[in-house]
Design a protein around this ligand. Structure first.
Ligand code: BGC
Ligand code: ZN
Length: 370
């Protein structure tokens, strides 16, 4: 079967690789699940992997099959599988457990291991192929009613984790009723963060580079949030007018903005960092003032990566909620479809050059001819 792969360490090496079709007996105790891939989304991580800034090949291979945002249909299950059956729609978690204590209790997204294993990113093949086999533990069932947007559940899981962690951390305050949030970035993660914060009842300002109107600004407005362009407004100005912000969710992929965001947090506020920045940009920051402000006002800044199945399941619930609250909104995030694995060059081109794309995704097979 065909797969879209890169040679880690070699820039622009994306190509079609041949893989053997996997079988369920590669997983012991009859726990194998064979999934046919329907859709796979791509993001900044795939861009960085193809730029040789990130990622590693599985042992024994010189290539890595990319793609970690998956949506597929179960075609076969082993004797030991009872919660999934052929025909079920599923998405898959990305990271697989290592050895740290967190890995052993199902919180592999919190691993302290030096080496981490992520499908399509590091040391494990991803989903941009025709079939894959995995264990039920890493497969999350997607209700038929959400099939159209199931491919968005992986980025959603990353957002859910960030926001859940923020609320958990803020339990330090005994009483915390966040009212205003700022989301930086209006790509898929920024849009989904805006959605979740709106569903939690906050007033949300979402900022990204390009002045409105365009798809990204319209999507933000449809949620009842406010879109502002960083080219037209300084962060400080925005905070004066619409802040200060109890929650800032950073998802621009640009590291200096993460540090700039420290300056617009409310007292006791929390800054969530989610951008994967594989380069080596340096930034100069007002160290004394920034530090003093964080100390004097009990502020928090934390990083969050990946997500375990708990956050995928929460994503499923919030997607159902979003469908009733903002009908028709989620499918609009799927702005740039690409048909068929053979179109991998087009996929990469859209991913690297189409600034207005919210989500570029590859349609491996039609959703409904199973
Ligand atoms: C993925 C995460 C992953 C992270 C770091 C992100 O693009 O969505 O699942 O943990 O990259 O590799
Ligand atoms: Zn990702």
């Amino acid at each position: 079967m065909q797969a879209i792969a890169v040679i880690p360490g070699k820039p622009d090496s994306v190509h079609i690789a041949e893989l053997e079709r996997p079988t369920i007996d590669t997983v012991p105790d009859g726990r194998g699940v064979l999934v046919e891939v329907l859709q796979v989304g791509v993001d900044g991580t795939d861009k960085e992997i193809n730029a040789a800034e990130y990622g590693g090949a599985p042992p024994g291979y010189d290539f890595l099959v990319i793609g970690h945002e998956s949506f597929g249909r179960v075609v076969e299950v082993g004797d030991g599988v009872d919660k999934l059956k052929p025909g079920d729609y599923v998405t898959a978690t990305v990271r697989r457990p290592g050895n740290s204590i967190y890995d052993r209790i199902g919180h592999y997204d919190m691993t302290t291991d030096e080496t981490y294993y992520e499908r399509g990113i590091n040391l494990l093949h991803g989903f941009l192929t025709e079939f894959y086999v995995d264990e039920p533990e890493y497969l999350v069932k997607v209700p038929d009613t959400l099939a159209q947007v199931g491919v968005l559940l992986e980025p959603m899981s990353v957002v859910e984790k960030g926001i859940v962690q923020a609320y958990k951390i803020q339990r330090r305050l005994r009483l915390w009723r966040p009212k205003k949030a700022l989301v930086l970035g209006a790509g898929a993660i920024g849009q989904l963060a805006t959605l979740v914060l709106k569903l939690r009842g906050l007033d949300v300002v979402t900022m990204a580079r390009t002045p409105p109107p365009h798809l990204k600004s319209e999507l933000v407005a449809e949620l009842g949030a406010r879109y502002l362009s960083t080219e037209e407004k300084e962060l400080g100005e925005v905070a004066e007018k619409h802040g200060p912000f109890d929650i800032v969710f950073e998802a621009t992929g640009v590291s200096w903005i993460a540090f700039k965001a420290m300056e617009v947090l409310a007292k006791n506020g929390i800054l969530i960092l989610t951008s994967i920045t594989g380069g080596d940009e340096k930034v100069e920051i007002p160290g004394d003032q920034g530090n003093l402000d964080f100390v004097l006002h009990n502020k928090v800044m934390f990083g969050t990566v990946n997500a375990n199945r708990e956050y995928f399941e929460l994503g499923v619930k919030d997607f159902a909620h979003a469908q009733s609250e903002y009908p028709g909104w989620l499918p609009k995030l799927l702005s740039h479809p690409v048909e068929g694995l053979a179109e991998y060059e087009k996929m990469m081109r859209l991913l690297t050059t189409e600034k207005q794309a919210v989500k570029v995704f590859l349609q491996v097979k039609p959703l409904n001819d199973g």
